[in-house]
Design a protein. Structure first.
Length: 285
């Protein structure tokens, strides 16, 4: 099948003229997302006649949209903020992993059943495994669906001391109790002195929150590692501040590609190459 180039994103990204399947990312907002660029590039690279779109839906619009997903049908979805937990109620089933995490980031079909999976754990752990050692302590900032995957991943990794803090205390308390980790008041997050600090909040994300940080005006020691799940922009204020204090930093790009590859494999049974994907996203960023 012949392809056309989508010049609005990058020369490397091509969308088939007549896609046979539709995929997409569901969230609010999603204008910042590079998922369409990445997956459309992957479809073109592997010669798969499919297209990947962005679906910006508010929580109030979620039920009607999921009805449309079933009616069309949409062949698969990535799920991001703020729908990773709420979407579970509308599915026909979720994997054991997604149930343990309590959130899904991927929707796929098994026959006529719309199922939920979580590939965030795979993505989150990949750059940590590359460090070659397990952190002695970790502090997770945020209490949404991404935080759930991070907590499950840290527990799987065997981190001995894990803390959780969030600007909404009740939410943090419930999640900390669910995963049996330490509850850290938001105002005392610096006192936790964690070796690894992970931002799972949308603070720093491209758009109206880009100049914000969950660690603003707080000092870090060079012995600490700052890990931001936000990948757009690649260098968030949180990471820039940490880097200026001599800390090791991990951006969200490696996690993003790893979790996307797992999604793509679930939808198509095939893999796209990781290194060219990272190069493409760095160019776009």
């Amino acid at each position: 099948m012949s392809n056309e180039r989508e010049s609005s994103v990058a020369d490397e990204i091509r969308i088939p003229l007549i896609p046979q399947r539709i995929y997409g990312v569901l969230g609010h907002p999603v204008a910042h997302s590079l998922s369409p660029a990445l997956h459309n590039w992957a479809f073109a690279e592997l010669g798969i006649p499919a297209a990947y779109l962005a679906f910006d839906k508010t929580p109030d619009e979620l039920p009607e949209f999921l009805g449309a997903v079933r009616a069309l049908p949409v062949s698969g979805l990535s799920v991001t903020i703020p729908h990773k937990v709420a979407v579970m109620e509308a599915l026909d089933g979720v994997s054991d992993l997604a149930r343990r995490v309590g959130a899904v980031n991927t929707l796929h079909w098994d026959g006529k059943r719309l199922l939920g999976e979580n590939t965030d754990i795979t993505g989150f752990l990949e750059p940590l495994r590359e460090l070659g050692r397990t952190p002695g302590s970790a502090l997770v900032l945020g209490a949404g669906g991404a935080a759930r995957a991070v907590l499950a991943g840290l527990l799987d990794l065997g981190v001995p001391r894990i803390g959780l803090c969030n600007r909404t205390p009740d939410r943090a308390a419930a999640l900390a109790a669910e995963f049996s980790v330490e509850l850290v008041p938001w105002e005392q997050r610096q006192d936790a002195a964690a070796e690894l600090v992970v931002n799972t909040t949308p603070l720093g994300m491209s758009g109206e929150r880009q100049d914000l940080s969950p660690w603003a005006d707080i000092c870090m020691s060079p012995a600490q590692t700052a890990y931001d799940l936000v990948y757009n922009p690649q260098r968030t204020r949180f990471l820039a501040d940490a880097e200026s204090m001599g800390c090791r930093t991990i951006d969200g790009l490696a996690m993003f590609v790893a979790q996307a590859r797992a999604q793509f494999r679930l939808w198509t049974g095939r893999d796209f190459p990781a290194l060219p994907a990272r190069r493409l996203l760095r160019q776009l960023l």
